[in-house]
Design a protein around this ligand. Sequence first.
Ligand code: ZN
Ligand code: FE
Length: 253
Amino acid sequence: MEIVGLPAFRDNYIWLLQSGRFVAAVDPGDEQPVLEYLACSGLELAAILLTHHHPDHTGGVAGLLAQHGVPVFGPAGEVIPQTTVPLHDGDTVELPEIRLSLRVIDVPGHTRGHIAYYGANALFCGDTLFGCGCGRLFEGSAEQMWASLCRLAALPAQTKAYCAHEYTQSNIRFALAVEPENTELKTRAERVAALRDQDRPTVPLTLSEELATNPFLRCREPAVVAAAERRQGGRLSGASEVFAVLREWKNNF
Ligand code: ZN
Ligand code: FE
């Protein structure tokens, strides 16, 4: 299987999973780049996978369905009218055309019903985990998002995470404010700056690198706890409180 990223809008990625002559599209917020890719490559759309209901992830579904009658996999906990296969935590998505099966992981926080897909060493995490960051809490609580991130963090360290936005460089500026002494983070900042200078993507992410540099996965690290407590001006009890302070801090950064 090959995974191709199509840029969309200002900073979205639509991920295409392809094998043989078939393609599955993850979070097609816009149908146009996908239709163009299919036309140029001569490949055939086999399925659409959705992580959550936001328009920059679902806006292209109707336009794709108008030309391709394919199943639409999506979270059972969200209202997305075009969904034909509603998914729950632990479900398996079988995509025989691209010889892939993916496991569904509930990751509420950014939205209430947000799901992620995991399989073949790849994680499609939508707006839950970003490079050196995480999604905003639009519908869920800090406790929920922290628990969701912990579930993703528990996947094998070599997992490649295909998030839906190119936010890594601006997230790193915040991460450096939290952990200015993190040497892996400083190295990553240089590498990411070099990639972005050439307009190259920083995604997919590697989970091991996120564990070492993403402050939102590091809410148990003494340096991160200390930074959050300085920001809060008092003691914090527990990782999800640290997470809540970081998330609020980032919102105002
Ligand atoms: Zn979103
Ligand atoms: Fe988004």
